[in-house]
Design a protein around this ligand. Structure first.
Ligand code: SAM
Length: 331
C-alpha cells in the first residue's frame, strides 16, 4: 500500500543522515567514535561531497552547542535533566554526552523512532562493545518491547509512530520513564518536516501538558529543519525528495526564518529563536574552526554553499521560563 511505501522512504532518510555524519567524521570535520558502529559496512561507505560535509559540520556543531549549554545549565544549578530525541534514527548524541564532561547531569536520555529503525539500532547497540559499554551495568540493560526497544539506567530506546495520537503511544511509553519535574529538552532533528503540522502540534501539546502545571520542569526544544521550500532552490530540493517518494507536509507553514520561532510561540512557549545554517556559519562558528575545516578538502561549489545553508535552520524555544535552571538558555 501507498502509505507503507511512503513510510519506508521516510525511514531511509535516516540512512542519509547517518552516512552524512560518518562522512564528516571520516573527513575529520567532526569527532565521533560511535557512528561507525551504527552504519553497516562503515569502512566501505563513500565520502559525501564537501558541501554536504560542511553542512553536516555546521548543523552538528550548532546543535551540540545548544545541547551542551542545556546540560551545563543543569549542572551549574546542581540539578539533572532529561533529553528526549524524537525521530532519533542512528544519532550518537547519547553516547557522546555519556562519555563527556556533563554525563552526570543526564538523568534520562530517551530516543523514539519507527519500530523498524529502533529494532535495527537495538541490535547494533547489542552487537557493539563500544556502544553497549556506555549503557552501564549489563545486568540493568535489557531488550524491551519485543526486540524493538532497549532499556538501561539512563538510555531508553522506544518504538513509536510519532504521527499517532500521543495519548495512545506516549502515555504508555514515557510515563514510566520521564520525570515531570526535571528540566527536559526535546530534540527534533530533521523529523517534523515529514509530519503534518497538526501531528507536530499534538506532540508538543502532550509534552506541555505533561510538564505543567504542577510538574514544574522547564521544557526546552530544538528543531532542525529544511525550510524556505517555495523559492527556486527550495523547489528543487522538494522535487528531489519527491522523486524518492518523500513528501514534506510539515514544511508548508514556515516560509522564512522570521516565521520559524512562531512554531514555538504559537504553542505558548515564552521565548524562541531561529538561525539559518548560513547565519550560523558566518557569525557563530569560531574563526579557528572555520580555518581548520577550510584545509580539510577542496570545495568546488563555493557559490552553492550559502544557497544550500540558507535552506536549513535551527529553531529553539523555552517553555516555563521562570525556571532558574533554564531561564537564560534562549538568549
Ligand atoms: N534525528 C536523526 C538525525 O538527525 O541524524 C535522524 C534524522 S532522519 C532525516 C529522520 C528520522 O525521523 C528517521 O529516522 C525517521 O524514521 C524518523 N521519523 C520520521 N517520521 C517519523 C514518525 N512518524 N514516527 C517516528 N519516527 C519518524
Amino acid at each position: 500500500p501507498q502509505t507503507q511505501d511512503a513510510d519506508s522512504s521516510i525511514r531511509l532518510t535516516d540512512t542519509d543522515a547517518a552516512l552524512a555524519r560518518l562522512s564528516a567524521v571520516q573527513k575529520r570535520y567532526l569527532e565521533d567514535p560511535f557512528i561507525k558502529h551504527l552504519v553497516p559496512r562503515a569502512h566501505l561507505q563513500p565520502a559525501r561531497p564537501p558541501l554536504i560535509n560542511i553542512g553536516t559540520f555546521v548543523r552538528a556543531t550548532a546543535i551540540d552547542d545548544l545541547v551542551f549549554q542545556w546540560l551545563k545549565s543543569a549542572a551549574d544549578h546542581g540539578t539533572r535533566c532529561q533529553i528526549v530525541s524524537l525521530g532519533a534514527g542512528s544519532d550518537t548524541r547519547f553516547w557522546r554526552i555519556a562519555t563527556g564532561v556533563h554525563k552526570d547531569a543526564l538523568a534520562a536520555y530517551i530516543e523514539l523512532d519507527f519500530p523498524e529503525i529502533t529494532s535495527k539500532k537495538a541490535m547494533a547497540i547489542r552487537k557493539s562493545k563500544d556502544l553497549s559499554a556506555v549503557l552501564g551495568d549489563p545486568s540493568q540493560v535489557a531488550v524491551a518491547h519485543g526486540g524493538t526497544g532497549l532499556r538501561s539506567p539512563t538510555y531508553h530506546l522506544l518504538p513509536a509512530d510519532l504521527r499517532l495520537p500521543p495519548q495512545d503511544t506516549l502515555d504508555k511509553l514515557l510515563a514510566p520513564i520521564l520525570s515531570p519535574t526535571l528540566p527536559t529538552l526535546l530534540l527534533f532533528e530533521c523529523v517534523l518536516v515529514y509530519m503534518s503540522p497538526a501531528a507536530s502540534t499534538a506532540l508538543f501539546q502532550w509534552f506541555i501538558d505533561y510538564f505543567s502545571p504542577e510538574g514544574g520542569g522547564a521544557l526546552g526544544s530544538i528543531v532542525y529543519e529544511m525550510f524556505r521550500l517555495q523559492d527556486s532552490f527550495g523547489r528543487v530540493m522538494v522535487e528531489n525528495l519527491k522523486a524518492r517518494h518523500v513528501s514534506l507536509p510539515g514544511a508548508e507553514p514556515y516560509p522564512d526564518v522570521k516565521s520559524l520561532p512562531g512554531r514555538f510561540l504559537n504553542l505558548g512557549f515564552t521565548a524562541a529563536s531561529a538561525l539559518t545554517l548560513k547565519e550560523i556559519r558566518k557569525s557563530y562558528v569560531s574563526r579557528e574552526e572555520l580555518e581548520r575545516i577550510s584545509h580539510l578538502e577542496l570545495v568546488d561549489e563555493v557559490e552553492e554553499l550559502d544557497l544550500v545553508l540558507e535552506h536549513y535552520a535551527i529553531t529553539w524555544g523555552l517553555f516555563v521560563p521562570t525556571s532558574a535552571v533554564a531561564g537564560k538558555w534562549v538568549e
